[in-house]
Design a protein around this ligand. Structure first.
Ligand code: GUN
Length: 289
């Protein structure tokens, strides 16, 4: 039997209507949410992400600024731009598009963003809160992936979740979120021995490596939830890390690429930006009392 498709476009439509309502309410109270995206250099994939973010903001009524800096930007210039945005009252969320060119220090740049304006959840304070199981900003891709997993309606308690990939952007925060849901979590990576032995046990399988065709049908447990975070280009066509056509005959649920997790990542970024503005409004209201 063919797997049910977890349609990121459809979920996003519903979620973005709700976000637009929240943004409208904030705007009427003089707190229109604002998102600034900094893009250093001209990586074509990052260009596409940034354009999608601009379109997403326009769709829900978020004020958006894209700051494009040249490839040879210095650390000082990048950090000065972040500090300018930290001090800008119209901006509630700051996102530094990753990866940065190799000469720049990613951790130092991310540490400059005010934690309350960190809509990626990458600041050490927010990442630490997640690690501690405290409430904080959740990284957009894992947050979107978890939303899709929840839509299956399966009880996550005690389920075996296997994540392929240990990046700070997806693998590690995804592990924290699934742990919070009481899954038994395994994180596989490039040095993992017998990858298929792990993946075949997975009730929930998340592939976040960036290698087309990595997950084949024989690696998937029948009925599993398969979440494909990969975005690869093969012969000009966009595809994920999962062999979609073959795996959909084994899995219970599967996300397509495109139209799956990628769309949800932007939706979660919009939600995190609206939440940052809501927190700011609450603080301002409190201060006026
Ligand atoms: N590059 C790829 N995905 C992301 C993301 O979610 N946030 C940032 N800042 N950069 C990325």
């Amino acid at each position: 039997m063919s797997a049910q498709i977890l349609d990121g476009k459809k979920f996003s439509e519903t979620l973005r209507k709700d976000i637009a309502g929240r943004v409208g309410a904030l705007t009427r109270q003089g707190m229109q949410p604002g998102l600034a995206v900094i893009l250093v250099g001209n990586d074509p994939a990052s260009e596409i992400y940034v354009r999608n973010k601009e379109n997403g903001c326009a769709e829900v009524g978020i004020h958006s600024e894209s700051i494009r800096m040249p490839e040879n930007t210095s650390q000082e210039a990048l950090e000065a731009e972040i500090e300018r945005l930290n001090a800008d009252d119209r901006i509630h969320g700051i996102l530094v598009q990753l990866p940065l060119p190799a000469h720049l220090d990613e951790s130092a740049a991310l540490a400059k963003i005010l934690p309350e304006k960190d809509v990626d959840g990458f600041h050490l304070i927010n990442a630490g809160r997640m690690m501690n199981g405290e409430k904080g900003v959740e990284a957009c891709t894992p947050k979107g992936a978890l939303y899709m997993i929840r839509q299956t309606g399966i009880d996550l308690n005690g389920k075996d979740a296997v994540i392929i990939g240990r990046s700070n952007i997806v693998g590690k925060p995804m592990a924290m979120l699934l742990l919070r849901e009481n899954c038994t979590v395994t994180v596989c990576h490039s040095r993992t021995r017998n990858l298929a032995e792990h993946t075949r046990r997975a009730d929930i399988l998340v592939a976040a490596v960036g290698r087309a065709g990595l997950v084949t049908a024989d690696m998937v447990k029948p009925g599993a939830v398969v979440i494909d975070v990969g975005i690869n280009r093969v012969n000009g066509k966009v595809c994920g890390d999962v062999d979609f056509e073959a795996v959909k005959e084994v899995a219970g649920w599967i996300t397509p690429v495109p139209g799956g997790v990628g769309k949800m990542t932007i939706t979660m970024l919009l939600e995190n930006t609206a939440e940052a503005a809501e927190r700011k409004l609450a603080l301002c209201t409190e201060a006026r009392k």
